[in-house]
Write a protein that binds this ligand. Structure first.
Ligand SMILES: *Cc1c(COP(=O)(O)O)cnc(C)c1O
Length: 393
């Protein structure tokens, strides 16, 4: 903190590598590609760390594609997901040669076909189906139910595959599903896989061959005291069902979530008859998950403080919103000026941050063994409005 200031995200290169390798190694000899979901944490140093150990990438925008390329990742290891790919995004992805488009609607299939035709090339595609299983997670991060905007109804997928198969400009490769995030049991994944495999059989009967199954991301991590998925058991259960088909996975949170922390400083302590508030320099614009999903992050003191005020503290930020809290009811001994670490903040932390209340976005640091590196500078006040202008008159 002396070097980089506060608030701050800190990531561990070692933990990112370990988490990705756990997925990769669980597959043994089975054909597979672990495509890290860039939206969880898209810092170039994170992407570069993963590219160096052979990771693929799951991207949802051209911005993420360009980040991957800038970080040394390979286009032919990228799968392109997302419900609203623009013409420009599709064109760029075809030009650099992404591994596969995960197609989420009939109109998107038409758009990809038209652009492939104009470039006189073939677009590799998977259809993202919605297997209609309940991932038993927070409704905002559940994506595999009929009421969600993602993917196509599994019963309508056959038609789309037939159309893709008949097109000169589309190359059917795979079948894709992603049922949600922070899933802590294997059973929803296996239920989805069973439904997907039934469709694969029907496709085979119609002469449509699937060469990979993309089973999405969504493996949950420990934030509090929940039990979560054993990755080896989860991967082995999938391998047991699929025969020789290559498996692609898109883990995001499980790779970076517990490889990062958010550091914040206690600015003021404020107690009234009802509540003890620790007013901190970090806020919902820096780490949105508590306000947005009512998410829990463990809070640890950076240095034990036995001389502080012992209470059950709410950690609240400087933003003018009652929902601006990072934690509630935490038993801590605190003094003004203490630093606190919010644990497991490596996923959907910095990437969901904003400049709300005209707060510069925080710095990011990566620890590599006994070295530490600034991997994103703290924004300056000038950065906040450098591309704005006033009108004359
Ligand atoms: C968000 C997302 C992921 C990653 O989800 P995690 O829960 O972070 O593993 C993977 N695939 C798709 C299509 C996504 O939208």
């Amino acid at each position: 903190m002396a070097v980089y200031g506060s608030p701050l995200y800190v990531y561990s290169r070692h933990d990112i590598e370990r988490n990705w390798l756990e997925f990769d190694q669980a597959f043994g000899q089975h054909p597979h590609l672990v495509c890290y979901a860039v939206k969880a944490n898209s810092n170039l140093a994170v992407l570069n760390t993963l590219a160096k150990i052979g990771s693929g990438f799951d991207i949802v925008s051209q911005g993420e594609l360009e980040r991957v390329l800038a970080a040394g990742g390979q286009a032919n290891r990228c799968v392109f997901s997302g419900v609203a790919k623009t013409k420009q995004e599709i064109k760029r992805a075809l030009e650099v040669g992404v591994r596969c488009f995960n197609v989420e609607s009939a109109s998107e299939l038409d758009r990809i076909e038209a652009i492939a035709k104009s470039l006189n090339t073939q677009a590799p595609i998977s259809i993202r189906v919605n297997p209609n299983v309940d991932a038993k997670t927070h409704p905002y991060i559940s994506t595999g139910l009929k009421e969600n905007k993602f993917g196509v109804d599994i019963d309508d997928a056959m038609d789309l595959y037939q159309r893709a198969q008949d097109s000169e400009y589309l190359n059917v490769q795979g079948l894709d599903c992603h049922i949600g995030s922070q899933i802590t049991e294997v059973s929803p994944f296996l239920d989805a896989l069973d439904k997907v495999l039934t469709l694969v059989e029907q496709l085979n009967k119609n002469g449509i061959e699937i060469t990979h199954l993309d089973l999405g991301g969504g493996v949950g991590i420990v934030y509090d005291d929940e039990r979560t998925i054993d990755i080896k058991a989860y991967v082995e259960a999938m391998i047991a069902k699929v025969g020789n088909i290559e498996i692609i996975l898109e883990p995001g949170r499980a790779v970076v979530g517990n490889a990062g922390i958010f550091i914040t400083k206690v600015e003021f302590l404020k107690q009234n008859s009802e509540h003890s508030f620790a007013i901190i320099d970090g806020a919902m614009n820096d780490l949105l998950r508590p306000s947005f999903y009512n998410a829990y992050h463990q809070v640890l003191p950076v240095n034990e403080n036995s001389n502080g005020i012992q209470a059950s503290w709410d950690l609240v930020g400087p933003i003018c919103e009652t929902g601006d809290f990072l934690a509630k009811d935490r038993d801590l001994s605190l003094s003004q000026g203490d630093y606190l670490a919010l644990m497991s903040a490596g996923a959907y932390g910095f990437t969901m941050s904003s400049n709300y209340n005209s707060r510069p976005r925080v710095a990011e640091v990566m620890v590599d063994g006994d070295q530490h590196h600034l991997v994103r500078e703290r924004e300056t006040i000038q950065d906040l409005f450098y591309n704005e202008s006033i009108i004359n008159g």
